[in-house]
Design a protein around this ligand. Sequence first.
Ligand SMILES: O=C(O)CCC(=O)C(=O)O
Ligand SMILES: [Fe+2]
Length: 350
Amino acid sequence: MATVARIPIIDISSDVQDEAQVAKELVEAAIEHGFIYIKNTGRNIPVATVDAAFDLKLFKAPLEEKQKCTIQQNNRGWSAMQYETLDPGNQRVGDFKEAFNFGEFINGKAQQPIPETIAEHESQISAFRDLCYDMCLKINTLLGIGLKIDPPSFFTSAHLRSEGPSGTILRLLYYPPLTSTTASAAEDVRAGAHSDYGSMTMLFRLAGQAGLEILTRDNTWAPVPVLPPGTADDPAPPILVNIGDLLSYWTNGLLRSTVHRVVFPGNKGSLVEGETDREPRYSIAYFCHPVGTMPLMPVPSERVRAFAGAGAEAVKGNPYAERKVLTANEHLHMRLKASYLQLYKDKDKE
Ligand SMILES: O=C(O)CCC(=O)C(=O)O
Ligand SMILES: [Fe+2]
């Protein structure tokens, strides 16, 4: 049995008088692990809403329907099996997954083609995306308070839709079981090792479905159980939040953008008890991005300044410190180009 990642579980739905304490815990977890389980009480996002999103039969839609929505350079649409390669330097073939990216909705309407099969659920998807947005703002606010940024609303303001478009994406994911792929469990992966491109990600998973691993501080891979100890009786599995590259940039690497991947753990001996990779796996990720024109400069926080003062350690903590990226949009474009080799190659020829 695998040694699982030890990630704190935090309840952010508690009363306002606990805000400073919750904010502190959140920041410490974001610094130490870069991953945080948010206890699912159903108060931020109703459990039925998450269930309904998992019930969408998007991936069962006819191939032609999905193909009509093929992913574009705006990062919206359907990414076919093995189309994306998250770790091109180390993968011999693309990720064994299908994905569908939803960009912004306006008045409940998608601003991109969506498969006919799910058309009747368009406003439901929009509402779910809105709930994720609200929760993401709440976490950004807590991080601002916990880091004592001046003003504490710094991150939240940077994410306000009213300030302009962002690269935010709600993504449905489907990973087939090992047995229905041509994958080699030892060599191939369902999603290559990567850090996330946005400011933070909220991940919804289903009990029993194995696969997610994080690279720990001692450079070993550790599985991330869907149901960590103490959560089995909650209304739904915790929502897994992880820090992305942009919050890491903004804090000089103090907040950790942790590398993770999705594997077939069965043959590696890294299965978590009660989970399997012999069944289909579904997950939903909300990739929270700031307004695209936002510059990624270190935030006004004493703690961030002190960490940057640590010099080499700060640079080591932020593998992206060398990159001279100015805005959130420029960063996103650079990362997409690296993982959708075909999409950008095809388009460059046009
Ligand atoms: O499906 C998962 O568990 C994680 C997916 C992921 O890391 C991603 O899409 O960035
Ligand atoms: Fe990820």
